[in-house]
Design a protein around this ligand. Structure first.
Ligand code: SF4
Length: 294
């Protein structure tokens, strides 16, 4: 019988014990320096991407099945945007899966975006379908507010491989603590718990759409395809307001969007550390923050 875990999220507790993490946590003024040394180095970014052939098929797809979120977090544009939220239609989801199958896509699929995926009751069915038709690994990015142990088990049975719990409260919520109190030791492998407070290295200004100091501008993943709930394909996961519209899967085939000369050119530029788009300049803090009246 598996041992029950009476713990708060493991990474939080582990962080308290680890002297290096504790030291880093207590020396927040060093973050920018660390960052510049370890992650902000353009040469490192270019070197890391040197081998990527940006003319091949995307390596991962992020699907936003609904753009509704129950939270209003200061680091997320959803908190400042009152426009109507969207639920992805079954037709769009079917079209995505059919086309990915035709492309023999085997990369990772993440249920993420700007909505909370667990608000979508179809999630288990979607995961099952991906596993059956594509065999891709499936990640669910969630704020954890609706993650009960039962739902976790259902989603694992459906085929989910990873739950990325992204919750940045000062203290993990009661819901999360309750969830972890039920998780078995052998089930921890499914969970990545991410937590950070404002000022830590996790946040970005989301392409200039939130007032957040960007400390890791080289966050972009040129081989990552994003599909929003209405079928639109923006530049990247930071392009909330779709400043760079690359296409819409309801009107075009995914492969045609991906192969657009403009999209190819952008991917190749990003790979080489060239950021000419206005949104990228804001994202990288190369340009003063544009006030969106938020
Ligand atoms: S906005 Fe530009 S620089 Fe920022 S993550 Fe997206 S592609 Fe990269």
């Amino acid at each position: 019988m598996d041992q029950k875990l009476n713990i708060i999220p493991p990474s939080v507790k582990a962080g308290e014990k680890n002297w290096l993490k504790r030291w880093i946590k207590n020396n927040k003024s060093l973050y920018p320096l660390f960052y510049r040394l370890l992650r902000c180095n353009r040469d490192v970014f270019i070197l890391r991407n040197f081998w990527i052939n940006t003319d091949t098929l995307f390596s991962s797809v992020e699907i936003e099945t609904c753009s509704i979120c129950n939270r209003k977090c200061p680091f997320c544009p959803v908190a400042y945007d009152n426009s109507q939220k969207v639920i992805m239609s079954d037709e769009i989801f079917n079209k995505i899966i059919t086309e990915l199958k035709e492309l023999n896509f085997k990369g990772e699929i993440a249920f993420a975006g700007y909505g909370e995926p667990l608000l979508d009751k179809r999630l288990e069915e979607f995961v099952k379908r991906i596993k059956k038709e594509l065999g891709s690994s499936v990640e669910i990015v969630t704020n954890g507010d609706f993650l009960t142990y039962e739902r976790f088990k259902q989603l694992i049975s459906a085929g989910a491989d990873t739950f990325r719990l992204s919750q940045h409260d000062k203290e993990p919520s009661e819901q999360i603590k309750e969830f972890f109190s039920n998780v078995q030791k052998n089930e921890l492998k499914y969970i990545i718990f991410q937590t950070a407070t404002e000022g830590s290295i996790t946040f970005t200004n989301r392409g200039g759409s939130v007032k957040m100091k960007t400390l890791h501008p080289f966050y972009c993943a040129p081989m990552h395809l994003i599909i929003r709930a209405d079928g639109s394909v923006p530049l990247c996961c930071n392009d909330y307001y779709e400043e760079v519209k690359l296409g819409n899967v309801t009107k075009q085939r995914i492969i045609d969007i991906w192969n657009k000369p403009f999209y190819r050119e952008i991917r190749n530029e990003i790979k080489r550390g060239i950021f000419n788009l206005e949104i990228c300049k804001k994202c990288l803090d190369l340009k003063p923050f544009e006030d969106r009246n938020i």
